[in-house]
Write a protein that binds this ligand. Structure first.
Ligand SMILES: [Zn+2]
Ligand SMILES: [Zn+2]
Length: 210
C-alpha cells in the first residue's frame, strides 16, 4: 500500500487547475515573481490541508504550520494554507530544509511533507543534457505544477517533540525581565532563581552589545 492510500489521497492526484492557478497568483503577488519553490510551497500546502482535513480559511487557528526554511517556499505555503507569521499560525524554524509539518492544534495530529528526494532529477531526466539553466528552471516551474502528488512529495506521520501548547504559547501573557526590565510576551521568558529573565539576559541571545 502506498503511503498515500491509507490517508485517503489518490496517489496520482494533481490539484485542480483553477485552484492551483489562483494560489500561484496569490503567492507570486506576495513575491513579485513566480518560481519553482513557490509551486512546491503551494503543492505542499494543499496536500497538508487535505491530509489533516482542513479547508481554507481555517477557523480559530486550528492549524499550525511549521516551516523548515524561509524564502520563496513560504509564500507558496502561506497562499495555500492562509497561515502566516502575523496570525501566529505559521512558524519558521530555519534549518534549511524545504519541508513543512502541519499540526492539528486540537488533536496534535501531525504530518511532515517534503519534496521527494529525487524530484529535481526527475525533471532533469526528461531533458537534453545541453539544456540551459533557464530551460531547467522553466521545466521545474511547469512540472512541479502537474506532477502527480506521490511523485512530487513524500509524507511522514510525525509526533512533535514538545507539546503544541508550548510551541504556540499563550498570547497576551506578559512579564518583565528581572534583569533588563524589558517586557517579554507570549511566555518566552526563562525562569532563573524563581525570577523571569529574557533569553538575552539569560545568555541565550542572538546579539552582543558593542
Ligand atoms: Zn522565488
Ligand atoms: Zn532581559
Amino acid at each position: 500500500m502506498s503511503k498515500f492510500e491509507h490517508m485517503n489521497i489518490a496517489p496520482h492526484e494533481v490539484p485542480l487547475e483553477d485552484e492551483l492557478k489562483q494560489l500561484l497568483e496569490l503567492s507570486a503577488e506576495m513575491h513579485h515573481h513566480l518560481c519553482p519553490r513557490q509551486v512546491l510551497g503551494v503543492r505542499v500546502g494543499l496536500l497538508g490541508m487535505e491530509l489533516l482535513g482542513f479547508k481554507k480559511p481555517v477557523r480559530q487557528k486550528r492549524l499550525l504550520v511549521l516551516v523548515e526554511t524561509d524564502g520563496c517556499f513560504v509564500s507558496g505555503v502561506q497562499a495555500a494554507t492562509g497561515c502566516s507569521v502575523n496570525r501566529r499560525t505559521l512558524r519558521i524554524n530555519d534549518i534549511g530544509r524545504i519541508a513543512v509539518t502541519f499540526v492539528n492544534v486540537k488533536t496534535e495530529e501531525a504530518v511532515r511533507i517534503a519534496p521527494q528526494i529525487d524530484v529535481r532529477q526527475k525533471v532533469s531526466d526528461q531533458m537534453e543534457d545541453a539544456e540551459s539553466r533557464r530551460a531547467r528552471y522553466m521545466a521545474m516551474l511547469q512540472k512541479y505544477q502537474v506532477m502527480p502528488v506521490d511523485q512530487l512529495l513524500k509524507v511522514e506521520r510525525v509526533k512533535l517533540s514538545r507539546p503544541v501548547s508550548e510551541i504556540v504559547s499563550r498570547p497576551f501573557v506578559r512579564v518583565d525581565c528581572s534583569v533588563c526590565g524589558e517586557e517579554i510576551i507570549n511566555e518566552r521568558e526563562l525562569t532563573i532563581d524563581g525570577k523571569p529573565v529574557c533569553q538575552q539576559c539569560a545568555g541565550k541571545g542572538y546579539y552582543e552589545l558593542i
